[in-house]
Design a protein around this ligand. Sequence first.
Ligand SMILES: Nc1ncnc2c1ncn2[C@@H]1O[C@H](COP(=O)(O)OP(=O)(O)OP(=O)(O)O)[C@@H](O)[C@H]1O
Ligand SMILES: [Mg+2]
Length: 308
Amino acid sequence: MIRIEGFTKKYGEKTAVQNFNLHVEKGDIFGFIGPNGAGKTTTIRFLATLLKPTAGEGWINNFSVIHAPMDVRRSMGYMPDSFGVYEGMRVWEYLDFFAAAYNIKRDKRKKIIRDVIELLDLTNKKDDFVEGLSRGMKQRLCLAKTLVHDPAVLILDEPASGLDPRARHYIKELLKELQKMGKTIFISSHILSELADCCNKIGIIEQGVLLAAGEIKKIMGQIRESMILEIEMLEPNPRLEIILWDQPGVKNVEPMGQVTRVEFVGDIREIPQIHKTLIEKGIDILFFREHPADLEEVFMKVTKGEVA
Ligand SMILES: Nc1ncnc2c1ncn2[C@@H]1O[C@H](COP(=O)(O)OP(=O)(O)OP(=O)(O)O)[C@@H](O)[C@H]1O
Ligand SMILES: [Mg+2]
């Protein structure tokens, strides 16, 4: 759905992005992660047909970003990292303006605008002036704008930046909803945990170089040498720690009240046996689960060059 080959962008002497290759498939939510100045916006603007590359090619929906930019624009909804100035325009007029720009006929525009306003929960703001909206509402409106021509691909440059936790949660839920509708989503952020539970793939970029990309679970797996298991009981039980130390692959045991954390470095196939042993030895387990890797930790490791 999205393909980039050999994308390089230089600004004078400075290389902003170097030989970037990526493949995002239909239905993916791809999280594009990197610190400030890493090259996220540069890559996104290239995909959005707004930036001429120094070298390389890109395709969206099988249309070339360079040779068929109009087809690319029709296939894609792009949300830039900054919201423009739209003075004296009401919410519905703003959406109507963009829908008209996509050559959607007037009679069809009405229904589309009603639908996206409803989807983005902006119904009671539809007659408000755009410049009077809060930041969160503006981001929502900007996202609504990317949907008016029903594109197959959404390219969102930090859609949740500067939003409060509730608004960020709302955007995440919305992305999942859009994925269910069959959209392919490319979303950038420097807030790592923000992307952890809504993306199935991630790419990590630093200083213009894509350091790692692929299934989120795979990348986490490559990076972590060990797995953390959490065992929760109704009441703390000191016997648990003693039993755990005797199990294969257990590197560390950390009792934390009702919850005990176990650092496990063995073969994953040994885990069911540990579970069984605990039950046989009379430990009343409330929950037995993996403690998910922290994306922040993954990111720090990758950008420190620990993983190629
Ligand atoms: N128009 C430009 N002229 C010169 N240098 C630029 C230009 N645009 C970007 N750069 C440089 O290219 C590099 C990548 O910038 P880019 O905006 O793509 O980063 P980013 O990952 O989006 O960062 P942020 O998280 O701050 O948005 C930076 O070093 C930046 O200074
Ligand atoms: Mg940026």
